[in-house]
Design a protein around this ligand. Structure first.
Ligand code: ATP
Length: 220
């Protein structure tokens, strides 16, 4: 087992998927839900599970939640419970409180309470899927800031055998290839003579516009 301990409060679709993945990654996870069935379903998978109402301060205290490195509030629909739980976790001094928000307003309230990280799974997944639909070779991306992005682009067949010097994304589009993920391993900081093949994945850094232009002109 790895060091950090996580508490996941709300074992709906989002919470249970998150909790399962944390266990897979080797962490101890306490799952809490007010619904007995939801808890029962996760009882074989998580380290500990408890049927409890997370809006009850005494319950949270008795579970020792303050000793956890991170608590995730995965309650969505019931905004009142989400907010109350987040306030209690912050008050109890949990090091890092992460909460799921269903709307911008819900997110704003969580921010005011001092929640350390707010996630908008439905909104963000919608945006991500839209990007992937219009750019089928865009496998994934991380926004580094408002302006800069790192994107994973699948190399199309017609680029097989081309060197980075020939493709030349920096001179032509302003974005740089920082790694090439090949079947036999990853080339970090590839040079101009490194070549790509179909099914390789280029990891590209640049502004969104630069990567869009590169993807439209060369990858698609
Ligand atoms: P998902 O989309 O992840 O399935 P959701 O956004 O629809 O979830 P909810 O259904 O409101 O969110 O809540 C998710 C889980 O949180 C449910 O299993 C629910 O029983 C649990 N939950 C709601 N309120 C509380 C509470 N006060 N204490 C503990 N668990 C709660």
């Amino acid at each position: 087992m790895k060091g950090n301990q996580y508490a996941v409060i709300g074992l709906g679709r989002f919470g249970s998927s998150l909790a399962k993945e944390l266990v897979k990654l080797g962490y101890e996870v306490l799952g809490v839900d007010i619904n007995e069935e939801a808890v029962e379903e996760m009882s074989q998978t998580l380290t500990h599970v408890v049927v409890a109402d997370s809006t009850d301060e005494e319950v949270l205290k008795s579970l020792g939640v303050r000793n956890f490195d991170c608590a995730v509030v995965a309650i969505g629909d019931d905004i009142q419970s989400s907010i109350l739980t987040a306030i209690l976790l912050k008050d109890l001094g949990v090091k890092s409180v992460v909460a799921k928000a269903l709307s911008d307003l819900h997110g704003k309230v969580l921010e005011k309470i001092g929640v350390d990280r707010i996630i908008f799974p439905e909104r963000d997944m919608g945006i991500r899927v839209a990007h992937q639909l219009v750019s089928p070779n865009l496998l994934d991306y991380i926004d580094l800031s408002e302006k800069y992005t790192i994107a994973e682009l699948a190399v199309p067949k017609r680029l097989t055998g081309c060197s980075l010097k020939e493709i030349d994304p920096r001179a032509k589009y302003g974005c740089s290839v920082v790694a090439i993920n090949k079947k036999k391993g990853v080339i970090i900081a590839p040079t101009a003579v490194d070549t790509v093949e179909e099914r390789d994945v280029m990891v590209v850094i640049g502004t969104r516009e630069q990567i869009d232009q590169f993807e439209h002109a060369v990858i698609r």
